[in-house]
Design a protein around this ligand. Sequence first.
Ligand SMILES: [Zn+2]
Length: 133
Amino acid sequence: MALYSEKVMDHFRNPRNVGVIENADAVGEVGNLKCGDIMRMYLKIDDDTITDVKFETFGCASAIASSSMATELIKGKPLSEAMELTNQAVAESLDGLPDYKMHCSVLAQEAIESAINDYYDKHPEKRKDQTDG
Ligand SMILES: [Zn+2]
């Protein structure tokens, strides 16, 4: 049995949306110590919709494939929808990840969250459903 699905290998070999967005509206950066993955995500946001997304990942095959798939899943989506993207959804879209590599898909989810929070920090008036919690 192959360790990685074909989709993981495809996104690892040909990652989508790799790079940097100059003058991005939001940037998120996260890392994990387990594989030493570092992920940076850039968002271009227009009218609460993610019009462009790029990422840089220094990490293992799963982290690169997860970032690539995650950017495909949130591109063109409203912020509220991107915020709800789970790492399970990313892993499922890749036809699964080995259990011990699931934390790499968590990293992609956290990078998106971090970028969106960066946007809301810069534009507090955009934050909806605000709670004190
Ligand atoms: Zn990893």
